[in-house]
Design a protein around this ligand. Structure first.
Ligand SMILES: Nc1ncnc2c1ncn2[C@@H]1O[C@H](COP(=O)(O)OP(=O)(O)OP(=O)(O)O)[C@@H](O)[C@H]1O
Ligand SMILES: [Mg+2]
Length: 257
């Protein structure tokens, strides 16, 4: 279980994560939604220790992450960051193999190579294995970074906008992959999503963040109400159930109206 207690981050006068206490039990998909600047990425960075909190604490399976060795933490929790746009002159397979570093420390075993190949195949990028990462398209690169995170094979995965740049087919495949990882491998997935329809389709739980605080939190059916979503995003939306899926329409008047 991930537990945060009074988690707070300030930058100068600005409180960007404001006294957040939440428990995320093991296994399942939790989606974090909310407007730009709500504090979603900062919240994930605090949970993964990439950013130190101003106050409050994070425990994972009962251990305060502040006192965990880096190598141990990297076997427990992986994070996909929102911006992977830095240019790296590495091949796809070399970059994905970095996910194995906490285990191999640079000396890849046949099992590590197997894990790399499996992750590449899962994300449909086996054919890109020998290509340089800085010569890929945005969506191809996003899938490479996702493969690196999968390779780390941790119980907890924190994913900040994993569907960024993905075409609709690969976005759908990726969400189904995460769902399966939660159901079949008991992975605990906490993911920031801007596509609220994907969040509605695949989450066990949805946390809406606004102004650094938890604005709403519950099962998709509890959170995906017009009242809650319209207030969270400060815009009109309508919600329909179609073929057992919750569909949120936020496009505004169409050209046919
Ligand atoms: N290093 C920093 N220094 C100062 N302010 C920061 C820093 N990082 C983030 N912020 C501010 O904290 C707030 C929350 O940022 P954060 O990146 O967590 O938002 P977000 O919910 O992930 O937004 P988005 O949907 O745009 O990714 C923003 O107002 C941002 O400007
Ligand atoms: Mg963000």
């Amino acid at each position: 279980m991930i537990e945060t207690r009074g988690l707070t981050k300030r930058y100068g006068e600005a409180v960007v994560v404001d006294n957040v206490s939440v428990r995320i039990p093991r296994a399942g998909v939790t989606s974090i939604i909310g407007p730009n600047g709500a504090g979603k990425s900062t919240f994930l960075s605090l949970i993964s220790r990439l950013t130190p909190p101003t106050s409050g604490a994070v425990t994972i399976d009962g251990t305060n992450i502040a006192s965990v060795q880096g190598r141990h933490l990297a076997k427990l929790l992986s994070i996909l960051r929102q911006d992977n746009h830095f240019s790296v002159r590495l091949t796809v397979s070399d970059l994905v193999a970095f996910g194995r570093y906490p285990y191999s420390r640079g000396h890849l075993t046949p099992e590590d190579h197997q894990q790399v190949d499996k992750a590449l195949a899962y994300l449909g990028i086996a054919g890109l294995k020998a290509r340089y990462v800085d010569e890929l398209s945005g969506g191809q690169r996003q899938r490479v970074f996702l493969a690196m995170v999968l390779c780390q094979d941790t119980d907890y995965l924190l994913l900040d906008e994993p569907l960024n740049s993905l075409d609709i087919k690969h976005a759908a495949i990726t969400m189904q992959l995460l769902r399966r990882a939660a159901d079949e491998l008991d992975k605990t997935i906490v993911t920031v999503l801007h596509d609220i329809n994907f969040a509605a389709a695949h989450s066990d739980r949805v946390i809406g963040m606004k102004d650094g605080r938890i604005f709403c939190d519950g099962r998709p059916d509890d959170v995906f109400t017009t009242d809650c979503l319209s207030n969270l995003f400060e815009m009109e939306m309508s919600i329909q159930v179609w073929q057992k899926q919750t569909i949120i329409n936020y496009f505004g008047p169409s050209r046919r109206d």
